[in-house]
Design a protein around this ligand. Structure first.
Ligand code: AMP
Ligand code: MG
Length: 495
């Protein structure tokens, strides 16, 4: 027997007070089938990727086999959904197997999503259809390669069972990896119950796990809050710089670790549109692209409110401390955003007109419905006139003539940069992807898997997105924007 099939579990969340979770075994499924194992991530976490692909490994992925040392549980949380308060949510279709320490010493949650009913399921079946599992696998892994903090996909399996939604759909389970699954809504859950003992335990856990430096601060809770605010600012700036629309920024879907979670109704935009919203349930556009920074700010103020009893024993002082921590968000975000956008334009120095340069480009793109991803990639081609055109995207994208004055402006701005053109181009190629998980490709891959059990498009897409910064003609199909009839206007929550 191979002894090193799974890593050793160390379950710090299970050592928290009992009101944090319910002990919960996944519900076994009848006929699990392997979809995909993420070999690199498996190795990093200490799983044997080949064992995970074996019949025994697939039993683990699907929730039929509990690895030694795991202590499965479903966590408690609450949250604001589309602005409305929901006092009790929790893991209704997910089970935390436990935590493992990766090769670099970092602790990670191993969670099964779609693994059956829990104490928090209410009327839900605890299951996930195949489509949302494939979507999360592709998009979360693409985000990771694009250097966006995110939960990861370790593996996925079909359950061999049907899931009842509006129609009957094949079921699946995703093994999700996260630095932790602690949400703003986890704090809200205990705060709303005025369970200060639990709130204190949670603060200590989060500081130890995610913000160890805060322990030394004069006010550790404030320092933790500052850290969470700062990570949200850089996270949202990354989203904006890639044209990513999360779609369901409820407070239960915001991790205090600063990782992106919940790939239900998300989408990367094709043509730039500041008002882009994809989620079928977001009628008012609350979570539109341009609103994401404001919503993050609002979510953080909900966190500060939940932390009030911990911030200071005097209520007024607590409020002013929390307010001060939250007030810095817009400036932190704007600084992070402008830095991201300057890098996308190949600028290493700061000049006062840079922001206007960025805004002018976005306005042109909005007006001409320009493909966001390919525009920045084409700009990267143009950054070094000497470079060969072999890997240019000009075969699939060119700026319309209306962009010429802006391009002249940009060329003169880059002319005042200390960096040589070649280095600028390399830097731009390394952050402006040619490939993103385009919605029409995702939908095609999902449709083939769901209707014909054909996973070849899914695997091809996952393989292309593993190298998003290398463009070549062979992979051109995956870089193309959708034809008009392929445009996906709505995405659906994975429930
Ligand atoms: P989400 O929209 O994915 O953020 O989920 C919102 C809440 O609904 C969470 O508490 C989930 O655990 C719960 N939930 C979603 N889908 C299901 C399901 N199929 N069965 C039980 N609970 C679910
Ligand atoms: Mg959620």
């Amino acid at each position: 027997m191979n002894l090193k099939t799974t890593p050793i579990f160390d379950n710090s969340y299970a050592r928290l007070p009992q009101q944090f979770y319910s002990c919960q075994l996944p519900e076994a499924v009848s006929a699990p089938g392997l979809i995909r194992v993420n070999h690199a991530l498996a190795g990093y976490l200490g799983f044997d990727p080949h064992w995970l692909e074996s019949a025994a490994g697939v039993e683990l992925i699907a929730g039929n086999y509990i690895p030694t040392g795991a202590q499965p549980l479903a966590t408690a949380y609450a949250g604001h959904q589309f602005g409305g308060w929901n006092p009790q949510m929790g893991d209704g279709r997910a089970v935390l197997l436990g935590e493992v320490i990766a090769t670099d010493g970092k602790r990670h949650d191993i969670q099964l999503k779609g693994s059956g009913r829990t104490a928090w399921s209410r009327n839900g079946d605890g299951r996930s259809p195949l489509g949302p599992v494939l979507r999360e696998y592709i998009v979360s892994e693409a985000m990771a390669v694009l250097a966006v903090p995110t939960t990861r996909a370790l593996a996925a399996a079909t359950s061999g069972e049907w899931v009842r939604r509006e129609e009957r759909l094949p079921g699946a389970v995703l093994v999700r990896v996260a630095r932790s699954h602690i949400r703003i809504g986890t704090f809200q859950y205990f705060a709303s119950r005025q369970d200060h003992g639990a709130l204190r335990a949670l603060v200590e856990h989060v500081i130890q796990r995610h913000y160890p430096g805060a322990a030394q601060a004069e006010n550790p809770v404030r320092a933790m809050l500052d850290g969470i605010v700062a990570r949200q600012a850089t996270l949202i700036a990354r989203w904006q710089s890639l044209g990513f629309v999360h779609g369901v920024m409820n407070t239960d879907n915001i991790l205090v670790s600063g990782e992106t979670i919940d790939y239900g109704p998300c989408a990367f935009m094709d043509a730039f549109d500041a008002a882009a919203v994809f989620s079928s349930i977001d009628q008012s556009g609350r979570y539109a692209y341009r609103n994401q920074p404001h919503i993050a700010h609002w979510n953080l103020s909900m966190l500060a409110q939940a932390l009030l009893p911990m911030l200071h024993e005097d209520h007024d002082q607590a409020i002013s401390t929390g307010q001060a921590a939250i007030d810095v968000f817009p400036d932190l975000y704007m600084a992070a955003y402008q830095q991201e956008m300057r890098r996308k334009l190949g600028l290493t120095t700061e000049q006062k007109d840079d922001n206007a340069l960025i805004q002018d480009l976005l306005e042109l793109m909005q007006e001409h419905q320009t493909d966001f991803t390919l525009a920045f990639r084409r700009l990267s081609d143009l950054a070094d006139p000497e470079n060969s055109t072999a890997n240019h995207v000009s075969s699939i994208f060119e700026f319309p003539a209306a962009f010429n004055p802006w391009l002249e402006h940009w060329r003169s701005r880059t002319g005042s940069e200390p960096q040589p053109a070649k280095a600028r181009q390399l830097a731009m190629y390394s952050i402006n992807p040619a490939f993103i998980p385009r919605n029409h490709l995702l939908e095609e891959a999902i449709a083939a898997a769901v209707s014909r059990q054909d996973f070849s498009d899914f695997h091809a897409l996952a393989d292309v997105l593993a190298r998003p910064f290398e463009f070549d003609a062979e992979r051109q199909r995956h870089a193309l924007p959708p034809r008009p009839e392929q445009i996906v206007r709505q995405t659906f929550c994975g429930t």
